[in-house]
Unconditional design. Sequence first.
Length: 142
Amino acid sequence: MEAVIIRLVAVAAIVGIAVLVGRWWHAWSTQVRRDTSGRLTARDLAAVGLDLGQARTGAVLVGARTCAPCDQVKDVLGGLARTRGDFAWVYADAADHPELTGSLRILRVPTVLVVTRDGRIVGRSSGVPRVEALAEVLDAAA
């Protein structure tokens, strides 16, 4: 009987740890980290097709054709673009832009790079970011 109880406690502990790690991972992956360590040159912006025009800030979504979360990020960015007149975004397939993914150390898709008009990277997210987190970075950049 004691062996069964020990096994049940062990299984409950493992499940509890898995739940905590999952919650931590979700919270971490939905953040938009403020990042001022990089810059996209005019050539980079032209290569991915981001024309900020009248927009003060923009985003580059680096994804892949088979990436299901990328579709969720497209919805998030599309919603922001509809509600904010000073924001533009573009999708860039990682396979088509290896020089960009290499120079910016993009290791996971989807990755969102939030950039200012002059190409300065002010935010970065890997995974599906929360709308509120993106809006905070956009407001701080403006």
